[in-house]
Design a protein around this ligand. Structure first.
Ligand code: ZN
Length: 496
């Protein structure tokens, strides 16, 4: 053997030894698992993982918020004001179809994101036969020492959050989902409350009792929630200000009264979960979806901005731990078929027309139901409501066309019929969906004046965006199936 060859042999032996020693010394710092498409991650395993899911949020929902903010900050200029996550270094896109349809629901898509499997619409972490259960990534991460947090602006038992801790044949079985929350042993749940907290049978134990017996503290006042920290133990934090069992729409949130935002729950979640072994936090902006179902563009824009504010809490954390943090922002599916542009506004937009909108359709529904107590279908007149319409939507006889006034008169007439007795033909189905006819028509008019429109009251089959920053972010480049989110995260966190 020549001298050179001998040296080369010694060097390569040393290299192998060094690799072996580094592997033994830090077995959990390098991911080696393969993603679904066989990609290998060899970077640093992030200790802190944030996953944000904008429910119903595709490109139009994000861009409308950026254009609205840009128009507001720089009137007359054509400059979007980008939200934090569209400035992340990595961009990808997801296909969202499930086993049922190209137009999926939140149960199947959240299953794909959380567990890497396709299933039927309505099913959470079970297969198409509803017999085999799938394990969400949170279970393996918990076993590896990560603390787990689940946060949402809609009920904590809703499909998207449920996919990170429950397995049920039907997303409607919220009582069972609540029981599984208590049994999960996960560390922090925050945002909206429990749907079906008492079950359908009277002898079923209230969910809150089950949750407390499982060792959780229920924090449901602002003071209790604000006081949460790393010594709080396992926590379920529920906003005291709710619209049903969800947080209020951001546009309706009373900031002066200190009403908590989605960002507040992320902030408190970080305080509870921050520990040397790390955490995984899934945060859902669930009311983006609900606003788009209702074709309420202003509510969608405000909730998308609130979602970006929640992401900002993760960005602040990232700035303190840039080497150990991954932030992933994505969505489950599009909703409403929102688009930027409308037949009657052509190549122009007028986002300033959304600025005077002061409330969501839910709040306008309340005004309308008050009015219904004072009028009948025969006596109701649009003129009676014009002051309320002006203060809610900035619309008045000065800026409404005859055509639009006609739409509003017809919608009011339908709204004055008891919901159970409305017999819609095809046209009314298209015009109003399942919403209060006057409220949804006001939304349509103000949207269209701004140059925005919707095609549906349901989800659509559009792809959704992915944005990532931090350890492992590069893995999320490209266009791929939504199940890949699970496999990529599993590779990055070295659990598969
Ligand atoms: Zn939806």
């Amino acid at each position: 053997m020549s001298k050179r060859k001998r040296w080369a042999g010694i060097i390569s032996l040393l290299a192998v030894l060094a690799l072996f020693v580094s592997f033994i010394a830090s077995p959990a710092t390098v991911g080696v698992a393969k993603s679904g498409k066989g990609e290998v991650y060899t970077g640093k395993v992030p200790k802190y993982v944030f996953v944000f899911i904008g429910d119903g949020m595709s490109y139009a929902q994000v861009s409308s918020a950026e254009m609205y903010m840009g128009q507001k900050a720089m009137p007359g200029k054509v400059t979007p004001k980008q939200v934090n996550f569209t400035q992340f270094p990595t961009h990808g896109a997801l296909m969202t179809q499930d086993s049922t349809s190209f137009i999926p629901d939140s149960a199947s898509t959240a299953t794909s994101l959380a567990s890497g499997q396709k299933t039927l619409s309505g099913v959470i972490n079970m297969d198409e036969t509803k017999t085999k259960k799938y394990k969400p990534i949170t279970e393996d991460l918990k076993a590896r020492g990560y603390k787990i947090g689940i946060i949402t602006s809609v009920p904590i038992t809703h499909a998207t959050p449920a996919a990170y801790y429950a397995k049920v044949a039907s997303r409607d079985d919220a009582y069972d989902i609540g029981k599984q929350l208590a049994a999960s042993g996960f560390d922090f749940f925050g945002g909206g409350s429990f749907d079906k907290p008492t079950g359908t049978n009277k002898d079923q134990k209230p969910i809150f009792e089950i949750v407390e017996e499982a060792g959780y503290t229920i924090a449901d006042t602002n003071e209790e929630i604000r006081a949460l920290d790393k010594n709080s133990g396992k926590v379920v934090a529920i906003s005291p200000a709710l619209d049903g069992t969800a947080l209020n729409y951001e546009i309706d949130r009373n900031e002066e009264k200190g009403e908590l935002s989605l960002a507040d729950f992320v902030k408190e979640g970080i305080e509870v979960l921050d520990n040397p072994k790390g955490f995984f936090i899934m945060t859902e902006g669930g009311k983006i979806d609900w606003a788009n179902h209702a074709n309420d563009a202003a509510a969608s824009i405000h909730d998308t901005i609130a979602f970006a504010d929640a992401v900002e809490e993760a960005v602040k954390f990232y700035n303190k731990h840039p080497e150990e943090t991954l932030i992933l922002v994505t969505a489950d599916h599009e909703c409403g078929g929102m688009t930027l542009g409308f037949a009657n506004t052509g190549y122009s937009t007028y986002f300033e027309k959304l600025q005077p909108v002061t409330m969501s359709y839910v709040e306008f529904d309340k005004i309308l139901s008050q009015y219904k107590k004072t009028a009948t279908r025969d006596t109701a007149k649009l003129e009676d409501l014009m002051d309320e319409i002006k203060s809610a939507y900035g619309l008045s006889t000065a800026n409404l066309s005859q055509y639009e006034m006609g739409m509003l008169r017809k919608a009011l007439d339908w709204s004055m019929i008891d919901k159970s007795e409305r017999k819609y033909n095809e046209q009314e189905n298209i015009l109003y969906g399942t919403y209060e006819p006057l409220s949804v028509t006001l939304c349509h008019i103000v949207n269209n004046k701004a140059g925005l429109s919707f095609t549906s009251y349901s989800h659509t089959g559009l792809p959704v965006p992915v944005y990532a920053m931090g350890s492992g972010a590069d893995m999320f480049n490209g266009f791929y199936d939504n199940t890949e989110i699970y496999y990529k995260l599993a590779a990055i966190t070295n659990i598969s």
